[in-house]
Design a protein around this ligand. Structure first.
Ligand SMILES: [Zn+2]
Length: 328
């Protein structure tokens, strides 16, 4: 009877929703209202879920529950420690959401199962359920976007850590000072994010070009457009531009090194690379895998390095799967 689950991916500008049975059946989104410390967000989510259920003829008895990924650390019992982007301090999202859903569905909200997790961790779970990690039960996912995010799933469960800080792959300190400009957003220097994020690749490229003398298409782009992007750098590397190859090889080396270290500890079935930078595709994957093998502890060197496949649907899928897998 309870065949439906809703997955919610709560972001700073947009809230994505998905209606799932054993796969995604419907998806939609609403803008995130961050006014007044984000006090309207939970009500907006509950109202949007009710609206979808009404339109789809789904009653509360047909709904197993709601999973939600939030942009901040999540502690035991669905307690969100803080979400800077939303204006939230500590909040029990499970209690708040079940109260609001109860009001909308005219029931005791506790009848609905609510599961909350950190968005990057939840995305890893989503990729394992419906994406590049299908068939696996233990995976490591690294997301190369504006920053570097990560999620670790062990034996089907998100590795959360006591303070919700597990899987912060982007803040592994592994980059030499000579390859860096400034500090990481976390305050430290040497984090993987400082070189392997889209921003990091651009910063490192500029540093490299300032100190190198070879001819490069990147200099022309920088001159013409006033800036370069990580895509410019990866496209140039693929086309054989020597400076761009040197730059990206350095980035892939650090990524391979960090992933080898993680695999020594987690020993997952596969590693997934996602996020905007991973649009560089097989070129990036093969190079990272090559460096990974060079640094891997014997016995982990054959861990497959794959590309994530469901992109920005991973968040809603993982959120739903937290609920779906609860009693399995
Ligand atoms: Zn950091």
């Amino acid at each position: 009877m309870k065949k439906w689950t809703i997955g919610v991916d709560l972001g700073g500008t947009e809230i994505k929703f998905g209606l799932f049975d054993d796969k995604l059946q419907k998806s939609w989104s609403i803008p995130t209202n961050t006014q007044e410390q984000g006090k309207y967000i939970v009500e907006d989510i509950a109202a949007s879920i009710k609206k979808c259920c009404d339109e789809s003829g789904i009653t509360k008895d047909m709904l197993k529950g709601v999973g939600i990924g939030v942009p901040g650390p999540v502690l035991k019992g669905n307690v969100v420690r803080q979400c800077v982007n939303l204006g939230w301090g500590q909040i029990n999202i499970g209690d708040e959401l079940s109260k609001k859903l109860g009001e909308h569905f005219g029931c005791d909200g506790e009848e609905l199962l609510i599961c909350a997790g950190n968005d990057a961790n939840v995305a890893a779970l989503g990729e394992m359920w419906l994406g590049g990690g299908q068939g696996c039960t233990s995976i490591v996912m690294v997301t190369l976007g504006t920053g570097v995010g990560g999620g670790i799933v062990v034996d089907g469960k998100i590795l959360n850590g006591i303070g919700g800080c597990a899987g912060e792959i982007g803040h592994i300190i592994c980059v030499d000072d000579a390859d860096l400009v400034g500090r990481c957003s976390c305050g430290h220097k040497g984090c993987l994010e400082q070189i392997a994020s889209a921003t990091g690749i651009v910063n490192y490229s500029k540093l490299y070009l300032e100190h190198a003398s070879e001819v490069s298409v990147l200099r022309d782009i920088w001159k013409q457009k006033g800036d370069i992007t990580s895509k410019d750098v990866l496209d140039a590397a693929k086309a054989g531009d020597m400076a761009a190859v040197q730059i990206t090889d350095k980035v892939f080396m650090y990524l391979g090194k960090a992933l080898a270290g993680i695999c020594n500890i987690v020993n997952p079935e596969c590693v997934l690379i996602g996020g905007g930078v991973s649009a560089a595709g097989e070129y990036l994957r093969a190079k990272v895998e090559n460096y990974f093998k060079g640094y891997a502890f014997p016995g982990t060197e054959d861990t497959p390095i794959r590309l994530a496949t469901i992109g920005n649907q991973a968040g809603i899928a993982g959120a739903a799967y937290m609920v779906i897998s609860k009693n399995e």
